[in-house]
Design a protein around this ligand. Structure first.
Ligand SMILES: Cc1cc2nc3c(=O)[nH]c(=O)nc-3n(C[C@H](O)[C@H](O)[C@H](O)COP(=O)(O)OP(=O)(O)OC[C@H]3O[C@@H](n4cnc5c(N)ncnc54)[C@H](O)[C@@H]3O)c2cc1C
Length: 391
């Protein structure tokens, strides 16, 4: 058992917690990371790392290549009537099994000297001034980072639960043994939701599906999409199906006193965007930058709720965090609009299929290589006219 005294204590060793530990350790902080589970930690995920996630990983010293999974060159949208694909403007993404990603992040963190405490849930009593404990010991640290996922208890304890919940859906994933038939992540739009297929190896794909409808399973969604039903009919599964909620949530604040939230704990986007991991990695780099630049003064872990005690360095994280989340949340809103309105969806996919260059530009916005206002300025009128035109 590690001593619970450290510069930075991170609760949760998922991708966000590990990335934060790496980024902070790269800047010389003494980091203790605790998780309720043992590595490698699995979780329902589409397992696609967008190009911007890969770029952020490289800054964290983690380089993934085709030995670790399977690269994909872009995104394909398909419905029963339309298909359109485009390459990313900023290099390929990569599909990597979640446990493989976890192992890479963990190896990097271990090499840097991060301290770990596995299989030890952080115990948080619903008493504001009482510090969380780990294996019975109170945490004493300069900074406490909540990387404990979408249902974060650190968030509630620190009084940061005030949020705008924009969407809430059900997500699933399973793996199938079948050679990827496409170099794209294919997003198939069906009547019950979307299913996307991420190549993760020469003979394996990860299938993830999202739906607004409760009580469904992955196979219900796949069977409602004839292309996937037929394609996967003879393919054996290589993992058991797992599911979880996927939400688009924006918090009013992500820091208080010496507490900062990161990853899904700090707000999230619907899984359809494929941006959750990229967000976590970018936030980790920002957090380390903020703490490194700001004054490293000791603020008592015992008193995290006094907002006047806000260290300047976390103020920087607080102010820039929203900017990182803004575009993915806007894209989530647009994609969920298509989910809710089948006729708008059918028209939009038809327009993109007829004008692939427009889809390419839309994808460039999605990965942050083009701004949304610029896209609207240059293509808004054309897109509007095509969407409104009689068939
Ligand atoms: C169906 C689905 C598909 C998705 N597909 C993609 C995709 O293709 N690409 C993408 O980029 N993103 C995708 N996402 C989003 C991505 O999975 C998340 O954004 C990402 O997992 C967030 O990482 P995290 O570290 O913040 O949280 P988590 O991965 O949830 O990790 C939180 C960690 O905290 C630990 N923990 C919790 N409470 C405690 C406690 N009290 N004490 C100690 N430890 C604790 C947990 O054990 C866990 O290890 C998908 C999500 C879903 C649901």
């Amino acid at each position: 058992m590690c001593s619970t005294h450290c510069d930075v204590f991170i609760a949760g060793a998922g991708p966000a917690g590990l990335a934060a530990a790496i980024a902070l350790r790269q800047r010389g902080a003494d980091v203790l990371l605790a998780d309720a589970r043992r590595p490698p930690i699995d979780k329902p995920c589409g397992e696609g790392l967008m190009p911007n996630a890969r770029h952020a990983l490289i800054q964290l010293g983690v380089q993934l290549d085709s030995h670790d999974g399977a690269e994909f060159t872009g995104i394909l949208f398909a419905s029963d009537q339309s298909r359109v694909a485009a390459d990313f403007p900023n290099g390929p993404g990569i599909g990597v099994r979640r446990t493989t990603l976890h192992t890479h992040l963990l190896n990097r963190a271990q090499d840097l000297g991060v301290r770990f405490s596995w299989n030890t849930p952080l115990v948080i009593k619903p008493v504001p001034k009482e510090p969380p404990t780990l294996a019975g010991e109170p945490i004493t640290c300069k900074w406490l980072i909540g990387a404990d996922g979408a249902a974060s208890r650190i968030r509630a304890w620190a009084g940061l639960d005030s949020a705008d919940l924009r969407s809430r859906r059900f997500g699933f994933r399973a793996h199938y043994r079948i050679a990827p038939w496409s170099t794209y992540v294919e997003v198939h739009w069906g009547p019950l939701g979307q299913a996307y297929i991420t190549p993760i190896g020469p003979e394996e794909v990860c299938i993830s599906a999202m739906s607004r409808h409760a009580g469904l399973r992955l196979t219900d969604i796949l069977n409602s999409i004839p292309f996937l039903r037929d394609k996967l009919a003879a393919a054996p599964t290589t993992s058991t199906e797992r599911g979880s909620l996927t939400v688009t949530r924006r918090l009013r604040r992500v820091t208080r006193g010496n507490v900062a939230l990161i990853g899904d704990a700090s707000g999230s986007v619907d899984a359809i965007t494929g941006e959750g991991l990229a967000l976590a990695f970018r936030q980790a780099l920002l957090l380390a930058d903020s703490l490194d630049r700001g004054p490293r003064r000791h603020s008592a872990a015992q008193d995290p709720h006094t907002s006047h005690n806000q260290p300047g360095s976390l103020a920087l994280y607080e102010s820039r965090h929203a900017a990182i989340l803004a575009l993915p949340q806007r894209m989530a809103s647009l994609l969920l609009l298509l989910d809710r309105h089948p006729r708008l969806r059918a028209r939009t996919l038809r327009v993109f299929a007829a004008r692939p260059a427009l889809f390419r530009e839309f994808l460039a916005v999605h990965v942050g290589e083009q701004t949304l206002p610029r896209f609207v300025l240059h293509h808004g009128a054309e897109l509007g006219t095509l969407l409104l035109a009689p068939r």
